[in-house]
Design a protein around this ligand. Sequence first.
Ligand code: ADP
Ligand code: ZN
Ligand code: ZN
Length: 817
Amino acid sequence: MAYFIDVILPIPLQRLFTYSITEAEAHFLQQGMRVAVPFGKSKVYTALVYKIHQTAPEVYEAKEIQQILDETPIITKQQLQHWEWISSYYMASLGEVFRSAVPSAFLLESETIISKRVDNEVDESSLKDDEFLIFEALQHQSLLKIQEISTILGKKKVLPVLTRLIEKGVIQVYEEIYEQYKPKLVRYVKLHANYTNEKSLQTLLDSLNRAKKQREVILTLFSLSATTKQPITVKELSKQSNTSSAVIKTLIDKEILSAYYIQKDRVVYDGEEVEASKQLNQYQAEAYETIKTAFTTQDVCLLYGITSSGKTEVYVKLIEEIIATGKQVLYLLPEIALTTQLIDRLQNYFGEKVAIYHSKYSIHERVEVWNNVLDNKPKAQIVLGARSSLFLPFSNLGLVIVDEEHETSFKQFDPAPRYHARDAAIVLAKLHHGKIILGSATPSIESYYNTKVNKYAIATITRRYGDVLLPDMELVDIKEKHRKKRMKGHFSDRLLEEIEETIGNGEQVILFQNRRGYAPIIECNTCGHSPQCPNCDVSLTYHHYKNQLRCHYCSHHIAMQQQCLACGSHELDSKGFGTQQIEEELKELLPNVKVGRMDLDTTRGKYGYQKIISSFEQQEIQILVGTQMLTKGLDFRNVNLVGIMNADSMLNFPDFRAHERSFQLIQQVAGRAGRTKKRGKVIVQTYNPYHQILQQVSVGNYEGMFTDQLNDRRQFHYPPFYRLIKITVKHKEYNRVNESAAWFAKSLRNSFGDNVLGPEFPPVARIRNLYLKHILLKIPKQQSLAKTKDVITRVKNSFSSIASYRSVRVIVDVDTV
Ligand code: ADP
Ligand code: ZN
Ligand code: ZN
């Protein structure tokens, strides 16, 4: 009797591949185990067992597997079911899903590079001979390819040894070494509570008549607090009063001064105490009850609570209940919203039970979380993660929370599978018979619509916690301001006034500059030339910090030019404005104010983002200038003013979601103001203050925005009434893209007629030397999605069988955002 397995290979081919195995192997192997298999001429891949059977393949002779890599399955049945749904819904191969679903350490292949782990002490005596050989080789050469390891060991089957070495913590799959970060604890001083009234203070100063230095410190503290209105660090006080920190320490010991840390409760979880969850207020409690009731009959509930209404505390209550029953919880967030603030907050309540999973964590950390989830360990009962965490091997998932559900960054863009994490999470929870909460202060049109048609339940919280009012929003007409000469650079007089007042009150400011369309480019005043990227159809943008011109699409860069490349003129001007330019203008306008910046440039590295957040929290920065990143779930207590530099670029973006997104973005950034004490202020600068969306957002009229948008979507055939599939054709030759895209669109039109739009070049029509053209397919609700996809697949197959189109890449994006 011959035995075979069908395996999933981590490559973009549709089919499963069949290999032959022995009878003993057939009895040992199970679905979800990994095997090493030869593929092509010389490659070895890690493949996943899908099915064990006895039917030989018809068209090729099955090769033997090389090795079995697992003792037990590492992928569960439910995961495979979920992968199959993703593969079929998003039109990706199972292999593509496999590749993106598991940590790359699980996918050793012949090209993988291995390095030694430096963070681990290795007990050499615990290593077997073959393991030791590799260990030793890595002492001499820090990186080894699997091919080289095969030479060292004198055999082909090296993956099992490597798997053991990874498990023993000796080696790792090569990746960048990430920096270490310790949150900084800054010590501040203030006058001890005993001396807050004037009389006791006078007595104190008199008593210090002979202690000149101590007296000096107290007086300096006074004048510093009066002028800066900021918390004062021990370091600053010691410097300004010209005394040693020993003197300050004496004063602290004598209880004349007291030392404190700002937001000490926000330090990284140290494994110690766990706090009780907060008592919900009336509005939160009502929402909580609504959710509980909804869950008796429905699986999905939208929690629509305005910014700072305390949605997180409601989630916490729900999590408590679920984990008490022994089930697992998945808390999904957009990558960028996964801040230390939230991590710490959850760890305060749930301690070690919280595991974090996202792309900036090392492969090693990710493997650890994976294994803890697989073994259903208490340590990973609550997983907090970005979209890829929905691929973890949950066995008993009781609840999925999708926070900031309106975020389009939940959609995977590249590579395939191009899944929407919110929608894939709903399917996942249903496979586990679990419940789903979608949370947002500005729900997506789709989700809100789903509550209107009773597909989802809804719970609302309409008040901020502590009854602070939503900030007061003022629209400033900058066309008018320009005309009346009331602009300084990009700042209107109104915005500057408010900034000065806020800083004067010792409060902080956030300034928001939309990323889109505002990269500064260089243009020649004489001939109008602006330097272009040689690989992409875009202008290079100016990066001040490196004095370079860079391409955002392919990172090509050149030094900043002193002369025009075309005509030699020295008169170069910069157009557009980014966060850097705002930062610089501010430094000129308000030289004494400390300004920080949060954008892609300043937040590189695992902790780049957290460093900026923490120095803003510590009030080392008074004004924070930033992009989209600022909008996501941050909770700063001392921010009272939010300025939006220019609302128009968002509104004018050519995309059917532009209006919805602008509303959400403005509302979210505005939500950062005045969260705790008094009502905050928001200034929105715009050339078009009568724009319907701005009018709606300025009074928080979500319902009005929703109704308008829904009408537009119905009229122009967009979601939620139609589904969209975007097909992108890519090739390095312009003509071939044109021709092949036209062919593709024409073939689709044969079946779908007017519901096919395009082909059209996108605004940036060439990226990394490849031309792109888009075709958009609109699918009415009553048209079968499965049949539609079949047609697309058939068209795609005939397309690939045309010789001259074979090298053209076709990308299918289902539910494109
Ligand atoms: P949202 O996620 O809706 O924007 P948060 O959950 O971040 O709001 O809550 C805003 C602030 O109010 C947080 O600082 C939070 O700790 C506080 N808060 C919310 N609910 C409560 C409660 N029931 N008791 C005490 N503090 C609360
Ligand atoms: Zn020129
Ligand atoms: Zn480029």
